[in-house]
Design a protein around this ligand. Structure first.
Ligand code: COA
Ligand code: AMP
Length: 630
């Protein structure tokens, strides 16, 4: 079938489409129907089924006689370690960890927070939770203690599974002090923490609260897979919204299984047994869906890569890993390719490796600029697929579904909607706009299986964030357009979210940190274009009348504060002091205009501006830090 035929099959009968996809899953009790309409624009998929994710990701492959196949390849250039874990070994390791959690009182529905770097144990922790129906919440290692504390208070985990440290090029990041501080800051306390000691930094354990990862598994009876209802939350993953309070995206068990399994062949074009590599981090949605769950559910080998695209040891690492482990489909962020391209513009290092195993490459997480795609295509000589999705959706909204049909690639477009997604471009009043016209991108409800059904303990926020603007639609927060062939173009966010090196961050959260500084009266943080990271944050501050502190000192302090409170991953390094911020007459800060000025783009004087002269001051301030040059 062609892509159009598959899409039409879904359009004609969405429920039948997903019921058929559900046949690829091992059910304890099969679903009697696909969709449940809960009313009020809330939906659930396969709600009355009983199923276990871990069974589908591990045990069933062992039962089918594929226990010796490698499930996880651990490749860690930062520690000089490589390891292969078969499905049979993975089953034993996960069942034991799950048994240890169960014996310490973790049961179905309890939350378990996971704070770990890219080591196989991170996946084992996620899968052990799934095995006993516990709901995991993985927190990215680049976040600071305060962010961890906010998540602890929101998810209220019974247990925390953490490693003693992560390893960044050139430095060991001790996780344990961050964890201890976060637990002190949080109101909620976990019953216990299990710590994986890594030799690079052995952490002191707190008596009565902390247990050693290996010790607490000794003598334990392995746990069996516990079937859970189809609408049982599989995990909570916090993502940036417009404020400092992150949104807890949840994923239901059955929908995730069905949808992710469907994507592996149809989008990523891999068959069971093939090696699939997503070079991301378990702390992000890509890590959840495509390092851990989807490849394993589909019977693929997944790679846990602990390194960077450059500097570990050089810009050939990606090609080395692909050639050495025979990767068939590779997934990364455009920023990673830009980093490689900057060091090896002519792609000379690619030629040192036999990449004949590689079928196609996928890019997501931010806009894929045409230069990067063309560079990758020229040197890798395989289709480079830009695809568009979000933490909320868990899998691609739009892609080039190579496993169904390789559609023509149009640079700058993540191609076409996947079955399950009815994509509309809407004007402010919620009416569809003509092809080629810019508007807000919205998805007609219901969303497909595997997407967020709501936010953790925050249904009202779910509605106000996603459902209220365009009744009957999910608001993506992205603006863009569709062309006459149905290809989508994702142009910008419509909210305060920015994408820094493929990492989703909230300028609102950074503004909250700046505003906390005793000398800051008012502030704004915007995302300006950056050749490597796509966007980077820049702060503007108006100081309190009478503040006599040197501006450079205030700037240094807020930079340190953002690193302390949000984390190094925010990459907040630049801020300027200004007398005033440009605002509309109703007092709204004109961040969009500031971004255009910073990027040297053409901009129009906003009709509603209070005092146009302020924009000259902003331009001068931006020029003083190297922006607004044309
Ligand atoms: N734990 C602790 N610190 C971390 C971290 C982690 N897991 N990940 C990043 N950091 C730190 C970095 O060490 C860096 O700190 P520094 O300010 O002291 O240098 C800071 O956070 C910013 O990191 P990063 O955004 O990774 O920038 P970089 O300059 O170190 O590297 C790239 C640039 C492009 C190589 C890198 O951003 C990259 O590989 N990006 C791809 C991202 C990706 O795959 N995203 C997934 C979406 S699909
Ligand atoms: P995250 O939730 O971290 O995956 O970030 C999701 C956001 O990243 C989207 O809403 C987009 O703004 C952006 N994004 C992801 N993929 C793409 C893409 N292929 N093209 C353009 N923007 C993208």
């Amino acid at each position: 079938m062609s892509y159009h035929e598959v899409y039409q099959t879904w359009q004609k009968n969405p429920e039948a489409f997903w019921m058929q996809a559900a046949e690829a899953i091992d059910w304890d009790t099969p679903p009697s129907k696909a969709l449940t309409d809960l009313g009020g624009d809330l939906y659930e998929w396969f709600a009355d089924a009983k199923v276990n994710t871990c069974w589908n990701a591990i045990d069933r492959h062992v039962e089918a006689g594929r226990g010796t196949q490698t499930a996880i390849i651990y490749d860690s250039p930062v520690t000089g370690t490589k390891a292969h874990i078969s499905f049979a070994e993975l089953k034993d390791r996960v069942a034991l960890l799950a048994g240890a959690l169960r014996d310490k009182g973790v049961s179905s529905g309890d939350r378990v927070l996971i704070y770990m770097p890219m080591v196989p144990e991170a996946l084992e922790a996620m899968l052990a939770c799934a095995r006993i129906g516990a709901v995991h919440s993985v927190v990215f290692g680049g976040f600071a203690a305060n962010e961890l504390a906010v998540r602890i208070d929101d998810a209220q985990p019974k247990a925390i599974l953490a490693a003693s440290c992560g390893i960044e090029p050139g430095r060991v990041v001790s996780y344990k002090p961050l964890l201890d501080t976060a637990i002190e800051m949080a109101t909620h306390s976990p019953a216990f923490c299990a710590i994986l000691q890594r030799e690079q930094s052995i952490a002191p354990l707190i008596e009565g609260r902390d247990v050693d990862w290996h010790d607490f598994q000794k003598g334990v009876t392995p746990a069996d897979c516990l079937p859970v209802p189809g609408n049982h939350p599989s995990y909570i993953l916090y993502t940036s919204g417009t404020t400092g309070q992150p949104k807890g995206v949840i994923r239901h068990t059955a929908g995730q299984l069905v949808a992710l399994n469907w994507t592996m062949k149809n989008i990523y074009n891999v068959d069971p047994g093939d090696v699939f590599w997503a070079a991301s981090d378990v702390g992000w949605v890509v890590g959840h869906s495509y390092i851990c769950y989807a490849p394993l559910i589909h019977g693929n080998t997944t790679i846990v890569f602990e390194g960077k695209p450059v500097g570990t040891p050089d810009a050939s690492t990606f090609w080395r890993v692909i050639a050495e482990h025979k990767v068939r489909s590779f997934f990364t962020a455009p920023t990673a390719f830009r980093a490689v391209k900057r060091e090896d513009p002519e792609g000379k290092l690619v030629q040192n490796y036999d990449l004949s195993c590689l079928g196609q490459v996928y890019l997501a997480g931010e806009r894929a600029d045409p230069d990067t795609i063309s560079w990758a295509k020229e040197h890798l000589k395989v289709p480079i697929v830009d695809h568009w999705w979000q933490t909320e959706t868990g899998w691609a909204i739009a892609a080039n579904p190579i496993g169904i049909e390789e559609l023509p690639i149009k640079l700058g477009s993540p191609a076409v909607p996947m079955p399950g997604y009815h994509v509309e471009i809407l004007d402010d009043a919620g009416h569809p706009v003509a092809d080629g016209e810019l508007g807000a991108i919205a998805l007609k409800l219901p969303l497909p299986p595997g997407t967020l059904p709501t936010l953790w303990n925050a249904e009202e926020r779910f509605r106000s964030s996603y459902l209220n603007t365009f009744p009957g639609y999910y608001e993506t927060g992205d603006a863009g357009m569709k062309d006459a062939d149905g290809y989508l173009y994702i142009m910008a966010r419509t909210d305060d979210v920015i994408n820094v090196a493929g990492h989703r961050l909230s300028t609102g959260a950074m503004e909250e940190v700046l505003a906390d500084h005793p000398d800051v009266a008012e502030c704004a943080v915007i995302g300006v274009s950056d050749n490597l990271k796509g966007q980077i944050p820049v702060g503007f501050m108006c100081l309190n009348a009478g503040s006599e502190r040197p501006h450079s000192q205030v700037v240094a302090e807020v930079v340190a504060q953002v690193r302390n409170k949000i984390g190094p991953v925010a990459a907040f390094k630049t801020a300027v002091v200004v007398d005033r911020l440009p605002k509309t007459r109703s007092g709204k800060i004109l961040r969009g205009t500031m971004v255009s000025i910073a990027d040297g783009k053409e901009w129009k004087m906003p009709a509603t501006i209070d005092d146009p002269a302020i924009l000259d001051e902003i331009t001068t301030a931006l020029q003083s830090i190297g922006y607004a040059s044309c």
